[in-house]
Design a protein around this ligand. Structure first.
Ligand SMILES: Cc1ncc(COP(=O)(O)O)c(C=O)c1O
Length: 441
């Protein structure tokens, strides 16, 4: 498989051309990668109107993923906005109400899409944890019958490594003629399992993957995938949808990274992934035997409920940091470690030794307060576009949330724009250590 973008950029970097164009560094080294950082010069194509090297590279990615695949240099965040916009166009075309049924554990970008596009959202809450969703096909069917959405939106895998049963859920969506959108930001690699578990192979109409989260791509590299079976409109309008929300200066470093990934994904990646998954499974067995509670069913994540082992998640992360390991995520109850084939065997052995050397302590019983469905005061759009103020959380009782100002990771809001901050919500917010809230003034 060829690498037309990377080849072009490298050849240009090696040419002695004087750069009388942007970027201002002119290819001179400041951080070291500038020579490869170009703009839309002749021959470089243009991401949102492509008919040259970018189009060719996206065709390579499409062949690998078995879908219509479009590049994003602004992460899944851009793809999520584009997906929601495309779904909204479809609803308009079908004269359906602009209502999406979403599992509540959305990344905050979904809220910005809902605010910008004035989407009405009906939420499916989880009993268990604000980061997860346990949507069964029966429940989905009931919720569809109750709310009559034009689309269902799932986040899978979630931050803790739980994977939804997209195949069964997509059957329910198809039965009711409802579009299925999946935030697969954490699951690009699912395409390359022995049996693909990628959402577009399991019946989703569209999904986004952050290439940079689980594949060896530069930060910002992501894909919007449109299934071959999805309404034609999605493919026809995909570039317009992405360009509506995107910068007009996409990074060629990131495009080159996505491009350069294609031959690797086509050749050795699948075998390397399979080997890593076996090693990770063995490591997880050893950890379970040592007494750790492991959560999630995702092969590339190790999620430990550290409170069962006597540590708060952030304390546990500090211990690992002392040993030279930086976790993806920790909160009060968990640590999440993310692996890829780019972690070598030696590192895995050291990780195992480190985890097995941590002494078990008395279980921490403290648990998150049960979250009760909050009251909606205004629409997501109205709240997000209101004049707001940021106040200490404990002063916000009775106020209405304007923006879900949650940082990444995990960037999953507990309350969303337009919901009332009641005592229950405040206790959950306090439990997770959120000190300030952005409320409508
Ligand atoms: C579930 C989920 N969706 C979407 C995103 C946004 O992805 P990106 O950082 O590629 O824009 C994230 C980022 O962490 C995420 O965790």
């Amino acid at each position: 498989m060829d690498t037309p973008i990377f080849d072009f950029v490298r050849a240009y970097a090696n040419s002695q051309t004087s750069r009388l164009h942007m970027p201002g560094h002119k290819g001179k080294s400041f951080v070291g990668c500038e020579s490869l950082d170009i703009t839309e010069i002749k021959g470089a194509d243009s991401l949102f109107e492509c008919d040259g090297i970018i189009k060719k590279s996206e065709q390579n990615a499409s062949a690998l993923f078995g879908s219509h695949t479009f590049y994003s240099t602004e992460g899944s965040s851009l793809c999520i906005r584009a997906m929601v916009y495309l779904a909204m166009l479809h609803a308009k075309e079908c004269k359906k109400a602009p209502r999406i049924l979403a599992a509540r554990n959305v990344h905050k970008t979904f809220l910005s899409a809902a605010a910008l596009l004035d989407v009405e959202v009906e939420w499916m809450f989880s009993e268990d944890n604000y980061l997860t969703s346990e949507i069964t096909p029966d429940r989905l069917e009931r919720e569809i019958n109750k709310h009559h959405p034009f689309a269902v939106y799932l986040t899978s895998p979630d931050y803790l490594g739980n994977v939804a049963d997209v195949e069964s859920l997509s059957k329910v969506c198809k039965k009711y003629g409802v579009i299925l959108l999946v935030d697969n930001a954490h699951g690009a690699y699912l395409k390359f399992l022995e049996r693909s578990m990628h959402p577009t192979d399991l019946g989703a109409d569209m999904c986004c993957d952050s290439a940079h989260k689980t594949l060896p791509a530069l930060t910002g590299g992501a894909y919007l995938h449109v299934s071959y079976d999805a309404p034609r409109l999605f493919v026809e309008q995909a570039k317009n949808a992405l360009s509506l929300f995107a910068s007009t200066s996409p990074s060629y470093l990131i495009l080159s990274s996505l491009d350069n990934l294609n031959p690797y994904l086509k050749s050795e990646y699948k075998v390397e992934l399979c080997e890593l998954l076996k090693k990770t499974a063995r490591l997880k067995d050893a950890l379970a035997e040592h007494g750790y509670t492991l959560l999630g069913d995702e092969g590339l994540k190790i999620t430990i409920r550290t409170t069962d082992f006597g540590y708060f998640g952030y304390e546990f992360a500090d211990i690992l940091r002392e040993d030279g390991f930086e976790c993806e995520f920790s909160d009060k109850e968990h640590v999440v470690l993310m692996l890829t084939p780019q972690i070598d065997g030696e590192c895995l052995k050291k990780l195992e030794a480190s985890l097995l050397s941590i002494e078990r302590k008395k279980r921490i019983i403290e648990a998150a307060p049960r979250f009760v469905t909050p009251k909606r005061k205004t629409s997501i759009r109205e709240a997000a576009l209101s004049i707001s103020e940021t106040l200490p959380a404990k002063e916000c009782l009775g106020r209405t949330l304007a923006l879900a100002t949650v940082s990444c990771p995990p960037a999953v809001p507990i309350l969303v724009c337009g919901e009332e901050i009641d005592e229950n919500a405040l206790s959950v917010i306090e439990y997770y250590g959120i000190d300030e809230l952005c409320v409508i003034k």
